[in-house]
Design a protein around this ligand. Structure first.
Ligand code: DC
Length: 226
């Protein structure tokens, strides 16, 4: 049997990856892996248990023992940790910043590798992350690196928060994005960077529809869809 196809979509937060991946997965009826959510769950579990975010051995143990599942629901997918729905808790800025820290720990990345590869199932997988094309699925049929300027991503985040009726301080958000980007791009293990064979798409000024169409046209070229 030939291997299950993977569309790897990497890039910084706010590049539109999540929305694009969902649209591609819906169109092709593929499974989806939100790898960032796994790092966020680990960060949440670490914060809850008072684990030191620099304590590599404890974080590795926690990563290996996470009782985590993604449960399909009417309005998306629920993130469930030890039977508790923590979908909204993992989306806070605090958890996001902590996720970026635990994701920089090499033992954590190693501990979570197999868990991510297990999402590869027929008819195919759309994998959303930072190192999907470089480390987790180096043999992915389609590799995309979705980028956008820090300013554009901060503007998108502000719009997202405002739409939810939450306060949004552009300058503060821009500084947080720049800090997290720097950590993700400069860490020693699996830094955020395009795979050598990835198609780099700068989504600044592009609509989601245009981004989706670009990815789908590459998938067509590779024979994954018609
Ligand atoms: O995509 P996100 O914002 O949910 O990711 C949260 C953090 O997890 C992000 O700062 C970087 C890290 N991450 C990673 O290192 N590798 C991945 N494949 C996905 C996310």
């Amino acid at each position: 049997m030939s291997k299950v196809p993977v569309i790897a979509v990497d890039g910084p937060g706010g590049s539109g990856k999540g929305t694009v991946c969902k649209r591609i997965a819906d169109t092709l009826h593929y499974h989806i892996l939100d790898s960032g959510a796994i790092y966020r769950v680990l960060a949440y579990a670490a914060l809850q248990s008072g684990t030191d975010l620099a304590d590599s051995a404890s974080l590795e143990k926690l990563a290996l023992s996470l009782d985590l599942s993604f449960v399909p629901a009417d309005d998306g997918v629920l993130t469930v940790l030890s039977g508790k729905d923590i979908s909204s808790q993992i989306r806070t800025e605090e958890t996001g910043a902590a996720a970026s820290k635990v994701a920089a720990v090499p033992a954590v990345r190693k501990a979570l590798l197999e868990r991510q590869r297990m999402f590869r199932a027929a008819p195919g997988l759309v994998a959303d992350g930072r190192d999907m094309g470089t480390v987790v699925f180096p043999d992915a049929e389609v590799k995309i690196f979705l980028d956008a300027s820090c300013e554009e991503r901060a503007r998108r985040r502000v719009r997202q928060l405002e739409a939810r009726g939450k306060p949004a301080d552009y300058e503060k958000i821009l500084a947080e994005i720049a800090e997290r980007d720097h950590r993700d791009r400069t860490r020693a293990v699996a830094p955020l960077k395009p795979a050598d064979d990835a198609l780099v798409i700068d989504s600044t000024g592009m609509s989601i529809d245009e981004e989706v169409e670009k990815v789908l046209s590459l998938a067509r070229e590779k024979g994954l869809c018609s």
